[in-house]
Design a protein around this ligand. Sequence first.
Ligand code: ADP
Ligand code: TRP
Length: 336
Amino acid sequence: METVLSGARPTGPVHLGNYFGAISNFVKMQEEYNCYYFIADYHSLTTHPEAKELNENVKLLLATYIACGVDPEKATLYIQSHVPEIPEMYLLFNMLAYKGELEKCPSFKDKVRSQKSSNKSINAGLLTYPVLMGVDILIHKANKVPVGKDQMAHLEMTRDFANRFNFMTDSTYFPEPEAFNFGNELLKVPSLDGSGKMSKSADNPNSTIFFSDEDSVILKKVKKAKTDGGPIMENQEKPEEIQNLFDLMALVSTDDTIAHFEETYNNCTVRYGDLKKQLGQDMVNFVAPIRERIKEVRADEDLLRRVVKIGDEKARESASKTLQGAKKLMGMNYFT
Ligand code: ADP
Ligand code: TRP
């Protein structure tokens, strides 16, 4: 059976982008694959969270995975910092990674820009972020990694590290993992402000629908979404901000709703007010039950504790096997 691994950083409530880009695939994949899902708390240290905030966000993300349908009986759920084999293999992989390729990584360049503009320092962990992510994946020899489109460059680097290790040790020890989405293409859930992707760290919090948003907040955010002056020619191509609204509708609305608004757009009778009202309501219908379930699961600390205890152990067992094998191939099996 193929192995699947993915995770997210505990940096706050998840949003529709995280759900459709990653977590919904976690749920589907647990039926067919040997799945590991984790909370990337070390990764979140690259952007300086406060201790209290980090502590709560880890528990919230764990509750969110479960509330979204990740079943701890089917998938292994664990916390990255509970698996000491990860930082050990990270040290080894830091010797494989080149400074130049890390500096060229698009997410590093973006983070340097945003950390600088908010007067925050750029730590070495930010530079080696892709190394740690590669280790997360390779430590379970994962083949498939359910993530959104924004993680593609990181996956490419993971494959480079795997191939480099294999070449240096004259082995085929690590597989070449691939980014995965059930819809074939990796997903980019657009933001509500006309451009870019939905993101936790967006400058404009109104552009992202979080699973912590109350119904009235969701309706208000969608109402404020950017639109243009309306189509003036039949079957006219949609500008980005309008296409984005249709892309969001494709995630939460019925086929009939989508067909209706496609038709009114194409014959120039569309009323954006109605479209946004319907989209807002469909988002509420989608988000509200999950939001309430997250609150329930989050309140059950015993359940969360039990889930990670079992998950951490299973993850360590697999990680330890891979790490020992890697060290042996590197000649680090002295006196055994
Ligand atoms: P964010 O970018 O909001 O901080 P994370 O980096 O924690 O979110 O991402 C967790 C997962 O969610 C990753 O697999 C990432 O690819 C996916 N993801 C985040 N935003 C989107 C989006 N707008 N569309 C699709 N997938 C996304
Ligand atoms: N970089 C991912 C993100 O920002 C989080 C992550 C860390 C991850 N390690 C991973 C995702 C391993 C998939 C596999 O969302």
